[in-house]
Write a protein that binds this ligand. Structure first.
Ligand code: FE2
Length: 355
């Protein structure tokens, strides 16, 4: 290991060099702080032993430079007995130890060994902290993956039970994303809306298959049972989606109506979360333009007219207008079922997890 010995007295320098070389160090010498800095700039060393009182640049100024520019270098200061206060000040500034003159060689050996041990521990600690940060980040990523895997498992389970819902949810997510963009909503909110739209009907997992697939008209009880999917979905996803309240609001409130006659809470107007008001338009349009076991699909033009008819009653007018701006080409509608995309978490939710 290399060592830099700094002292303006050549005799003392030589004593230290001989001692350290006896311990296996390869030493370079400097007669002042300025010379020492020049040496370090040429080749940094792991250990510096420096006198405090020197011409040009003293040991304190040298220590300040070394701890700032070469934080991996261990510094031991050599002081006169009367300079204990300066020695303590040096320890505060980052010196790892000090040796008082006149010194015993054994004492110097012990201090050097101790300082190098401290240096090694400091380095290990620094590495450990760096790895810890990496590990925390990797775990945060894993938690996100587990969250999405959990949500995916629910979506797949529903898909197995009701093939219509997945295609429907993907199309609703696309309609909702286009409408959100036409309204100029920010990217984070668009991500929330996409996630919520893809999951909005997940509660149908808890609806009996007989009712879900019934070809004829539903009785009032059956209709009420189907409409429970909003509450069931919110209950299932609630613990998983504490960090994505906007998406959860879509699951619970996408069947609310502007006039307060919707379900499950009968929310009215602005009391319905914006995300849910938006998805309800996309949801209704896709439901109307899809063939269901109990009825044929409406034409696109007819579905667009229905949205206009229910503007201000069931749907928010500005959202219907944005929907129609975003999807003006009736010839290209309804959109085909999009490819299965990996679910995306809203940015804010991911950041909250990291924090
Ligand atoms: Fe629904």
């Amino acid at each position: 290991m290399r060592c830099l010995v700094v002292d303006d007295e050549p005799r003392l320098r030589r004593v230290l060099v001989r001692l350290l070389e006896g311990e296996g160090f390869r030493c370079v010498e400097a007669g002042s702080g300025v010379e020492a800095l020049a040496q370090l700039e040429r080749e940094p060393v792991p250990l510096v032993i420096s006198d405090l009182r020197m011409p040009e640049m003293d040991g304190v100024a040298l220590l300040r430079e070394v701890t700032t520019r070469w934080p991996e270098t261990a510094v031991i200061v050599v002081t006169a007995v009367a300079e204990v206060e300066s020695a303590v000040a040096c320890l505060r500034m980052g010196a790892l130890d000090y040796v008082a003159k006149p010194f015993h060689l054994d004492e110097v050996r012990a201090r050097v060994a101790q300082a190098l041990d401290k240096r090694r521990l400091l380095q290990e600690n620094r590495n450990y902290q760096q790895h810890l940060e990496e590990r925390v980040e990797a775990q945060a990523r894993r938690i996100e993956e587990l969250f999405l895997e959990g949500v995916h498992a629910l979506v797949y389970a529903l898909e197995a039970k009701d093939g219509y819902t997945r295609g429907h949810s993907m199309r609703v997510a696309n309609y909702a994303a286009g409408t959100a963009a036409a309204l100029g909503l920010d990217a984070e909110l668009v991500d929330t809306i996409i996630l919520g739209a893809e999951l909005h009907d997940v509660g149908k997992i808890g609806v009996s298959e007989g009712v879900l697939h019934k070809a004829g008209k539903l009785t009032d009880d059956e209709y009420r049972h189907i409409m429970e999917h909003t509450v069931i979905g919110a209950r299932i996803l609630g613990p998983l989606m504490r960090d994505a309240p906007g998406a959860l609001a879509i699951v619970r409130s996408h069947h609310e109506r502007l006039d307060g006659k919707g379900s499950p809470d009968g929310l009215k107007g602005a009391a319905i979360p914006l995300e849910a008001r938006l998805v309800s338009v996309a949801d209704a349009f896709d439901a109307m333009t899809s063939v269901r076991p109990y009825r044929p699909s409406l034409s696109v033009a007819h579905a667009m007219d229905e949205l206009k008819v229910w503007k201000g009653v069931q749907f928010e007018p500005a959202i219907v207008d944005a929907f129609q701006r975003a999807f003006p080409e009736t010839a290209a509608l309804p959109i085909p079922t999009p490819q299965l995309q990996p679910l995306r978490l809203p940015v804010r939710a991911m950041e909250a997890r990291r924090a």
